[in-house]
Structures are given as structure tokens and as C-alpha cells.
Design a protein. Structure first.
Lengths: 331, 331
DNA sequence: TTGTATGCGTTATCAA
DNA sequence: TTGATAACGCATACAA
């Protein structure tokens, strides 16, 4: 019977050995004579003994858990990040403690509390204050996702400047002159970089950028909202650069639903290269970002014993040309 | 300085009081004279002392954490479930340990391990074997999501039979005769119920159902695959009932991209009523399922001290008629 | 190889 | 009100 009263000490008594011996057998940490080993193993088997996690963690000074801090959870981006992180943590036998800030006021306290329950934590940029990041960085190993490293931790992000290459492509190859940008630059460091790259490309090429981005969130429904806002204005832009694929897809869906043609009436681009980008018609021109690798790399930095703060690690991204920008006409 | 060597005992020595007194002050569990209280508080403040989670949990025999076990993480459905659960857990100060099975072989072991780290766990149906569910149910409080209760735990699910009402609507109100079903009935209990209700409705009305469902997964890209499979066949069905909104949206996207008209050439329905369902054109006819409530209810059952296994709790669902089935022509 | 004893950081019981 | 002291369950130096 898997009675919950079975402790290591209880097993020791039953087997007629010392607690230390049971511990050794249980974790295979040292040599034990076959005879005693069998006796202990039998009792463990019959009693369904399982080492108590808290006792072990307290003695080992190790939680066997990793923390993951996000602003929110919605959308395929966070899903992929979460999935990759969790899968990687699973490999090393670590549990994953998830914390979403939901932009609540008491997030700092929650993060600090979380730090007391894990061996390391990944924090997505734009989620908690720098002060708190610094505080927990001194307590547990921390890796920033999509942000920048500080003195005590490392960071992993992807190259957002490809957003500039994409913009140049639209401006130079296709000769578009009026571009719109959909996204909230103040909302997240990633969007900030993409908007900056978007502006820089305009200046390089010598075309006037829009004075304002269309400030919406990063969900698919935000793309629909953006579309309606853009359609409500007098003249249509030549192309709209969305901060991510989700909004691009929502926007395309809405625009196509109104009978407009993409890219003929309006070119559309995204960022991420998520599954659906290749499946819609026309295919979505976008920037491929290794989201899963971002997650697994982060987890590995947290897990690997002999890694130390290595500054900012930037993963490469890649421009992916499909039909929605005007390339491969008819494709 | 937030030196990590500060233990309760250390604080006690610094303040010149007993450990018990520090504990009392720290957690406000008993009356302490203002004088000693201030002394202790000052040391706590200056040292940045924080009670060690493991020590506390070990003594209190309480983890302050909830586990969440899913098959996978992808898609808005799980995202919403996760978000709701996490938010509710946050309310009571519980941490959330996330475990995705990824359909791996060692899932059972992981689930059993998880059970040793939490006070209660929510398990999504179709994730782990009944035997393991039973085993962990005797160890920690368990609530099944979208499954059925056993002797030791409760379950929360939503009413999938509305899928039958939806099918009848298609058959009776619109007079469609050839329906297709997109989803994998053997893949999850939810889809099983919806497929069953779909078949039952056909029998009720006296129309022959399709011999086979279009067996694909539940992601948006699966909807695209399903569309291609359906279009590849000779004749188009009158309507296609998708197991969830995601696949319905993917399917619609693909079908509209090919120049077909919804619902004129092909009616489409989903299940969930996620955000996008109301935003696409035509609006997606679907069944509204209270996903977030499903999650919060589950979390509350796990959290509330005076709840006990209450059998199966079924949340109501509601038929939502929009344009994609043929209702409100032109809407 | 095996056992003893101590520490990990709290909480809680029982005296004082 | 306060302080010893014994759990809680396990790991590990150290001794045998």
C-alpha cells in the first residue's frame, strides 16, 4: 500500500538497517552490500516508498525546479516559448514553475517569492522592473529572454534588425512608398527594436516613414482592429508591416474578407514565421525567428552547471519572402 | 544586504531572541510584545531576511503549489485554460507547476513526481493513464478537466452535447444533407463526445452521417490540411462541422483563399467561440464553451479547503449562430 | 561496508 | 509573552 506515512526512517526500521543505508540504496549514491541492498529494495517496493521532495531538496539545497516569468500567456509565441522551455527542463528532470504577471501590481512580490522556490529563472523582458531583476539575479541564476544582460545574468534574444531588411525590401525591391507599421513600440522591447529598424530603413532609403505606428497589441484580434483602423482612413498604404505574424494574419483575414486583394491592393508582412504563415494564401512574407531555440537555449543556460553570465546572446533571424509582399506573383 | 545566509535562527541571534519569537513575528501567528517585535522587525528589515520556502513547507506540510498536467500546450484553448488556472492560483498565493506530457513514454513517472511537489493537481483528460490518475488521487487532491471523476477525485467539463444541437440546426433549419466532421474522435474525450453528438443528431433527424470523420488534430494548420483533403474529394459537402474553432478558422482561411464562398459553397462551424470566431467574415457559427470558467473552477476546487470530490461538474455551453452556417445571410 | 550524528530552515508543542 | 526543544524527511561527514 502506498501509505503516505512511509518515510526513509520507516523503511530503515522495516529493513533493519540505518537510515543512511536506505538513502544510499534509494539514490544509488554509494556501494551497499547486495544483501542489505535487496532487503531495502524489497521494503521500498512493497511499501511504495518515495523520497519526500521537500526533505531531499532541503538537504541537497536544490529545488530541482526552474521558473518562467512572462507578461501574459496568450498567443502562439508564448505558447512556443513555454513549450520549448518546458520540454528542455523535462530533459534534465527539472520542474517548471510558471508565473504570468498579467501586468498586476503585486508582480514584484510574486517574482521574489518565486525566486525562493527555484534554482534558476527565465524572465521575459518587459515583465518585471530592473530593480527586481537585479535582486533575484543575486539569489538565483537568471536569464533574460529578449532583453539585455546585467552584471549577474545573461540574456538570449533574436535579431530584430532583420525587420529593417524586410522594410528595405518593401521600399527598394517593390518600390512601395507608403508603409504602415502595426504594433506598440512601447509595449515590448521586441516591438521597440522592430519599429526602430523600420524607421532606420526608411531613413536609409530616403523615404518618409509614417509619423505614428498603428498601436495595437500582439494578438490576432488586434490585427483585425488594426485593419479596421487602417481601412477607416482615407487612402490605403501600399504595404503594412506588422510587428508579428499573428496581427498580420488577423489583418489579412479582415482585409480579404472585405474583398480587397493581397498584395495587389495592400501588401502585408509579419514577424515570427509561425505555422500559419506558410499556409495562408497568399503566403505571408515575414521574418523567421527561432522561438523554440530561444526557449531551449534559455533553459540550457539555466540548467548547465558550468555556464556563467555570458552577456547577450543573439540568435539569427532570416527574411522569408512569400506572396503577401508582392513577390512570386500569383503564388 | 540580502545575504543568503540569513536564516530564521540567525535573525534570532542578531535580535537576541529565540527562534520561536522570530517565527511568530515573521508570520504574525501570535502575540509578541511590541519591544521584541520591533527588534526582530528591524533585523529582518536590515538583513533582507526571507523565510526559506522549503523549511516552511516541510514544517507546515504544505507546498503552496498546484500542478497542471496537459497533453500539449499549443493553441488558444490550452492557453486560455492555463491563463485562467494560473490567475486563479495566483489569487490564493499558490504557485503553478506545469507539466506537458508531449505524449512521451515517461509521462507517468513525471506525473507521480509532480504529485510529490504540490498540494493538488489538475489533470486534463487523455493525458495520463487511469491507473496513474488513481494513484496520485490518493496522494494529493486531483481534479480532472474534461474527463470523469473517480472515487477519489472530482471532474469539471463542459457540455459537449450542444454539438448535437448545432448539427440538428444544420440539418433541420438549413436543410443540409451532406455534412463532414473534422476532428479525431480517438484523440481526446472532448472530440469523442462531439463526434458522438454529431452522429446522434443525424440519426435523430434521419439523415445518413458521413462514414468517417476527417481525422486531423486540433490546430489551425490541421484545419488547412482538412480543407485540402475535403477539396480533393469529388463533391463538396454542404457543411463541415469542425471539432473546434481553430480548425474551423484554418479551414475557412484555406477555402476562402481558393475563391470559394462561405457559407454559399460550403458552410463551416466550430466549437469554443474564441475571439477570432466573431471577427472573421463571415462570423463563425460555433458553440460557446466557458474555457476560462472551466479553468478557474478547477483551480478553486483544488484550493478551497472544504470541498470534496463532488462527482462530475458539467458547465453549460451555448449555440452561437453567425454567418458561416448560412444564418443572417450577408452578415 | 555500515551506522551515528548533525545539519538543512521552519513550525509547533509545552513549560516557564 | 517568551524560550527550549522536538518534529518534518532526507543527505552526508565522520566514526566504526
Amino acid at each position: 500500500m502506498s501509505n503516505r506515512r512511509v518515510s526513509l526512517r520507516w523503511v530503515a526500521e522495516q529493513a533493519g538497517v540505518s537510515p543512511a543505508t536506505v538513502s544510499r540504496v534509494s539514490r544509488g549514491s554509494a556501494q551497499v552490500s547486495p544483501e542489505l541492498r535487496d532487503r531495502v529494495l524489497r521494503v521500498i517496493e512493497e511499501s511504495g516508498y518515495r523520497p519526500n521532495h521537500l526533505g531531499r531538496a532541503l538537504a541537497e539545497v536544490r529545488h530541482g525546479a526552474l521558473g518562467l516569468v512572462f507578461p501574459g500567456l496568450s498567443g502562439p509565441y508564448f505558447t512556443e516559448l513555454l513549450q520549448g522551455f518546458e520540454a528542455e527542463a523535462l530533459e534534465t528532470g527539472d520542474s517548471v514553475l510558471l508565473l504570468a504577471s498579467h501586468y498586476r501590481a503585486d508582480t514584484d512580490a510574486k517574482v521574489i517569492d518565486l525566486a525562493g522556490r527555484v534554482d534558476g529563472m527565465a524572465i521575459h523582458a518587459g515583465t518585471v522592473s530592473d530593480a527586481v531583476v537585479e535582486e533575484v539575479s543575486q539569489q538565483v541564476r537568471v536569464v533574460m529572454m529578449c532583453g539585455t544582460a546585467n552584471r549577474w545574468n545573461a540574456s538570449v534574444s533574436t535579431d530584430n534588425t532583420t525587420s529593417g531588411a524586410l522594410t528595405r525590401h518593401l521600399l527598394v525591391e517593390h518600390g512601395y512608398r507608403r508603409l504602415a507599421f502595426v504594433g506598440h513600440p512601447e509595449g515590448s522591447p521586441d516591438v521597440t527594436s522592430r519599429w526602430d529598424a523600420f524607421l532606420a530603413a526608411h531613413h536609409e532609403v530616403g523615404v518618409a516613414p509614417p509619423v505614428q505606428p498603428v498601436r495595437v497589441g500582439l494578438q490576432q484580434s488586434d490585427g483585425v482592429i488594426a485593419a479596421e483602423r487602417i481601412l477607416a482612413e482615407g487612402t490605403l498604404p501600399d504595404a503594412v508591416v506588422c510587428a508579428n505574424d499573428e496581427t498580420a494574419l488577423g489583418l489579412m483575414l479582415c482585409v480579404l474578407g472585405r474583398g480587397l486583394r493581397v498584395p495587389d491592393d495592400l501588401a502585408v508582412t509579419g514577424f515570427d514565421d509561425m505555422n500559419m504563415a506558410a499556409m495562408v494564401r497568399p503566403g505571408l512574407t515575414t521574418v523567421r525567428q527561432p522561438v523554440r531555440e530561444l526557449a531551449t537555449t534559455t533553459a540550457r543556460l539555466l540548467t548547465d552547471p558550468d555556464t556563467r553570465p555570458a552577456g547577450d546572446l543573439v540568435l539569427p533571424t532570416e527574411l522569408v519572402l512569400r506572396g503577401s509582399c508582392g513577390c512570386r506573383p500569383g503564388g
